[in-house]
Design a protein around this ligand. Structure first.
Ligand code: NBP
Length: 480
């Protein structure tokens, strides 16, 4: 007998459990399964009243509970566990059935799994899900890859449980074939790293440059949140900075150990950007800044190095500086999104995905950590010109960065003068200036390469490939 559940979730730790509840709360009948059956029973005991659940103890029962074509969501620990679950379930499924991997898989694993399951007539839908446990329950941003055919069957359900943007649009769209969904989720996380790093630098500048205390900085961030920087991350930054530690009476931020951790998706973004040859320097600096913070021994040695001790600016200058920091933060943020979207464009070309970059920005407007008013602007930029080569080629963004650049330069220069590290702000400004430059010193790099390794070069005035015999000051054209 065919099952009745429209969807099933296997893997009922915090993410899977909340996702299953989200489906049930939206009126779907949800089959439940977990390797350790007690988790399944707990869910039904605690939340059974929220909707219609069909608990299953064995894989066979679980598969039998699903209507056809079956939609089976896997929410287990990414990596070997995902392969183990696929190996367990795939033999029980029939052509046309769908396995939806909602974990944080590496997109290359997703491509491998999709290809293998396609051979067996099964759809494998690697799906990026952003928003943590709260998002999983109340509406995440959802980035499904896989085939069009699978999306036709699955998409409406995912759109129903997804977050909604302020204009009511679901934060879910079909991203593209095979691993496209997990790729986009990965870049989303990389951008999140960059956003967080830039905000942290802005805080450091306000603290040690403007000389503001955390409570005052919280106020500044609240003000920024009412403007063009309006976003979840700016909002929570104000909350974190305003928080006072109950045990010591100090600002909590002062008693938190200053060593940041990372889960790996930011690192993947940078690793893959290197493979694709895309400069995502903002994301890379964010990953490196976290790494550096964790090298406690190195930092202990480095504390003795010479440098200026930051002396806060006079009060009247501090206020102007704070508004310049806002401009620098906004401009640097635009650059890190520019770089992230460049990576998406490059991946689309490399892996044959037709990515709708405007729609991708659109589904990050709700549910996820980087949700921000500013994303509407990215959608608008791609709506104007879907083939925009870079976000900085958009007139509006270019105009805003042009208007911000004096402040941006002042902030980076002031940080250097005061000895405040701003790797994110500085690399963003360098990227901007490198794009503006009529000539880059890459010409010299090419000369050096030809000098020591006969790597050849191109000329600006003639076609062809050239090599100079440096000892004889003789340049000759080479056949390529
Ligand atoms: P975990 O990543 O902690 O995984 C625990 C689940 O995996 C349990 O259900 C566990 O079953 C199951 N599992 C493991 Br471990 N090995 C298994 C195996 N060999 N066979 C079958 N099941 C196995 O859970 P989570 O924190 O809920 O995260 C689930 C996924 O969502 C992960 O991929 C994670 O990276 C991703 N995630 C995303 C976000 C986000 O914001 N999008 C946040 C957090 C996590 P058991 O109960 O029997 O041990």
């Amino acid at each position: 007998m065919a099952g009745t559940a429209q969807i099933g979730v296997t893997g009922l730790a915090v993410m899977g459990r909340n996702l299953a509840r989200n489906f049930a709360r939206n009126g779907y009948t949800v089959a439940l399964h977990n390797r350790t059956a007690s988790r399944t029973r707990d869910l039904v005991e605690q939340f059974g009243h929220e909707g219609t659940f069909v608990p299953a103890e064995t894989a066979e029962e679980f598969v039998a509970a699903l209507e056809r074509p079956r939609r089976l969501v896997v929410m287990v620990k990414a990596g070997a566990a995902t392969d183990a679950v696929i190996d367990e379930f795939a033999p029980l499924l029939e052509p046309g059935d769908m396995i939806i991997d909602g974990g944080n898989a590496h997109f290359a694993d997703t491509r491998r799994r999709e290809a293998a399951l396609r051979e067996r007539g099964l759809h494998f839908v690697g799906t990026g899900i952003s928003g943590g446990e709260e998002g999983a329950l109340n509406g995440p941003s959802i980035m499904p890859g896989g085939s069009e055919e699978a999306y036709e069957s699955l998409g409406p359900m995912l759109e129903t449980i997804s977050a909604k943007a302020a204009d009511g649009t679901p934060c879910c769209t079909h991203i593209g074939a095979d691993g496209a969904g997990h790729f986009v989720k990965m870049v989303h996380n990389g951008i999140e790293y960059a956003d967080m790093q830039l905000i942290a630098e802005a805080y450091d500048l306000l603290r040690h440059g403007a000389g503001y205390e955390p409570a005052r900085i919280a106020e500044v961030f609240r003000g920024w949140n009412a403007g063009r920087l309006d976003s979840y991350l700016i909002e929570i930054t104000a909350e974190v900075l305003a928080h006072v530690d109950a045990a010591t009476g100090q600002p909590l931020v002062d008693v938190i150990l200053d060593q940041a951790e990372q889960k790996g998706t930011g690192r993947w973004t940078v690793q893959i950007a290197l493979d694709l040859g895309v400069p995502v320097s903002g994301i890379a600096e964010a990953v490196f800044a976290r790494s550096l913070s964790g090298h406690a021994d190195l930092r202990a040695v480095g504390r003795g190095l010479a440098g200026p001790t930051p002396v806060a600016l006079p009060a009247d200058e501090a206020e102007r500086f704070a508004s310049q920091v806002e401009e620098a933060l906004y401009a640097s943020k635009v650059v890190s999104y520019t770089q992230g979207f460049h990576q998406l464009q490059a991946a689309g070309a490399e892996y044959g995905w037709t990515l709708d970059l405007g729609a991708i920005a659109g589904i990050w407007r709700g549910g996820c950590i980087i949700r921000a008013a500013f994303l509407d602007r990215i959608t608008a930029a791609y709506a104007k010109d879907a083939a925009l080569p870079s976000l900085l080629a958009d007139e509006q963004f270019a105009g805003e960065l042009g208007a911000a650049q004096d402040a941006w330069r002042t902030v980076v220069a002031t940080a250097a003068r005061l000895g405040i590290p701003v790797p994110g702000f500085a690399t963003a400004l360098s990227y901007y200036d490198a794009l503006r430059a009529p000539r880059l010193p890459a010409a010299l790099t090419q000369g050096q390469r030809d000098f020591f390794g006969a790597h050849t070069y191109h000329r600006v005035d003639r076609d062809g490939v050239f090599h100079t015999t440096w000892s004889e000051d003789r340049s000759e054209e080479q056949q390529s």
